[in-house]
Design a binder for this molecule. Structure first.
Ligand code: PLP
Length: 459
């Protein structure tokens, strides 16, 4: 792209386009980065820079960029039948095939699918359907959802309310009534002197305390991300999820696993619930379901919930124009076919995942890194002013932003959340690309340390 064309696009963008999760005034001044094309784990920007995308777009491009097969099935479906709705007692072949495929892949008796266009809409769907599930059984007061501070469940009114992001709640008067939050199992930041497992049990125990405080007859569900993503890749301590599951069962509170990031191989198995050995009653899917090639979200319900909704639910007064969109379904099916055919999940579990973990954990030895953590292909490093303490930098977020910008200049895309650098590469990343990623990250850490006047061993 020539320079004048890029400058024109940036001017139009600044004039007409409001960017999500950005300070738009600052962005307009700085100029948007325009991405131009992608191939495998790499993207190229409009200035011709080749960038290793260690964040898979936004946690989603699991099969990597430039997959012509996905474009071909989308085009073929558009030519055959571009759209039909699922409202008037109708459906389409790819929609049915995808529902059946998801039922086969999802753990246990999560055999029933409701389609949305995004993870946020899927979580809105869950709020309404779960409340309806209890109401039609004569328990209209069993309505409260328990989420977690710093959880992320999307940006719609219900999604942002179920999530526990303070900044999001501040915009638009959230959370809506009937949603409360407990503390997150973030050992590095909040574990104090407790060992991780004891800390995890303490945090899970807050769920039981909250249920008892509200009364179990008022609590509809608990929702959590198996690994908190947007908060900073918080991998809960061993035992945490089993304890959460035990408490949910004890009080007949539905367990909702928001697997929007963790689904489709991100943590190793198809779903992170399988890694943690839990059986959710409801599961949220999006992102990796199409590797981000086209928007799609889905809710998986278990036999119990679907059975009640079908037998006693009456008309389901909920749905989206594009619920079960045939083109999105066709792309999702092809994306899943690629994951299976190329044995991507198996490779992440037995080869490239362990290799990435080994190399990523090496970064933990850097003087700037207080902790490195990873599960499957999602991880983080916490930047700290001194080791071995778990203290933060005083001006939280500045060092992370510096590190992110230096990484970009080195041809590496990492996300910064506060002073944690987040990792979530395409699952098809090869060993040599992993080496390149870790070498660039180490060099970037050295440069970041230099800007802080920190001494590092010459690389
Ligand atoms: C991204 C995300 C969502 C929201 O999905 P959208 O498609 O952006 O609406 C929900 N939950 C989790 C865990 C997410 O990471």
């Amino acid at each position: 792209m020539d320079k004048q064309h890029r400058l024109d696009l940036q001017a139009l963008d600044a004039a007409h386009h409001l960017h999500p999760f950005n300070d738009n005034a600052a962005l307009a001044k700085r100029g948007t980065r325009i991405l131009d094309r992608g191939e495998g784990v790499y993207v190229w920007d409009s200035e011709g820079n080749k960038l290793l995308d260690a964040f898979a777009g936004l946690w989603c491009v699991n099969v990597g960029y430039g997959r012509a097969e996905l474009g071909r099935v989308a085009a073929a479906q558009m030519e055959r039948l571009a759209y039909y709705n699922s409202f008037f007692g109708c459906t389409t072949e790819p929609t049915v095939a995808l529902a059946a495929k998801l039922a086969e892949l999802a753990p246990g008796d999560l055999n029933h699918v409701f389609f949305s266009n995004s993870g946020s809409e899927a979580n809105d769907t869950i709020l309404r359907m779960v409340r309806h599930f209890w109401a039609v059984q004569g328990m209209p007061q069993k309505q409260v959802f328990i989420g977690r501070h710093n959880g992320y469940h999307g940006s719609t009114v219900a999604g942002a309310s179920l999530g526990g992001m303070k900044g999001m709640h501040a915009m638009g008067g959230l959370p809506i009534p009937g949603i409360v939050h407990i503390d997150q199992p973030y050992w590095f930041g909040e574990g104090g002197d407790l060992d991780p497992v004891a800390f995890g049990m303490e945090r899970a125990g807050q769920l039981e305390a909250k249920i008892l405080e509200l009364g179990a007859d008022r609590v509809a569900a608990f929702i959590g991300e198996p690994v908190q993503g947007a908060a900073g890749v918080f991998i809960p301590p061993d035992g945490y999820w089993k304890e959460i599951e035990r408490i949910c069962r004890k009080y007949d509170v539905l367990l909702v696993a928001d697997e929007v990031i963790t689904g489709f191989g991100r943590t190793g198995p198809w779903f992170a619930s399988q890694h943690f050995g839990i059986q959710p009653d409801v599961m949220t899917l999006a992102k990796g379901i199409t590797s981000g090639y086209i928007p799609l979200g889905a809710v998986m319900f278990n036999d119990r919930i679907a059975g009640v909704l079908k037998s006693r639910g009456g008309e389901l007064a909920h749905g989206y124009t594009y619920s079960g969109h045939p083109v999105c379904a066709a792309v999702a099916l092809e994306n899943i076919r690629i994951l299976e055919h190329e044995r991507v999940i198996e490779r992440v579990q037995s080869d490239t995942g362990p290799y990435l973990a080994k190399r990523w954990m090496e970064l933990g030895a850097h003087p700037l890194v207080g902790e490195a953590r990873i599960l499957g292909m999602v991880g983080a490093i916490e930047l700290v002013p001194s080791k071995p303490s778990r203290r933060y930098f005083p001006d939280r977020g500045t060092v992370g932003a510096t590190c992110r910008d230096l990484a970009l200049a080195n041809g590496l895309i990492l996300r910064a959340t506060n002073d944690a650098m987040l990792l979530s590469p395409p699952l098809v990343i090869s060993r040599s690309e992993i080496d390149e990623l870790v070498e660039k990250a180490w060099k970037t850490l050295d440069q970041t340390a230099t800007t802080l006047g920190m001494k590092t061993a010459a690389a």
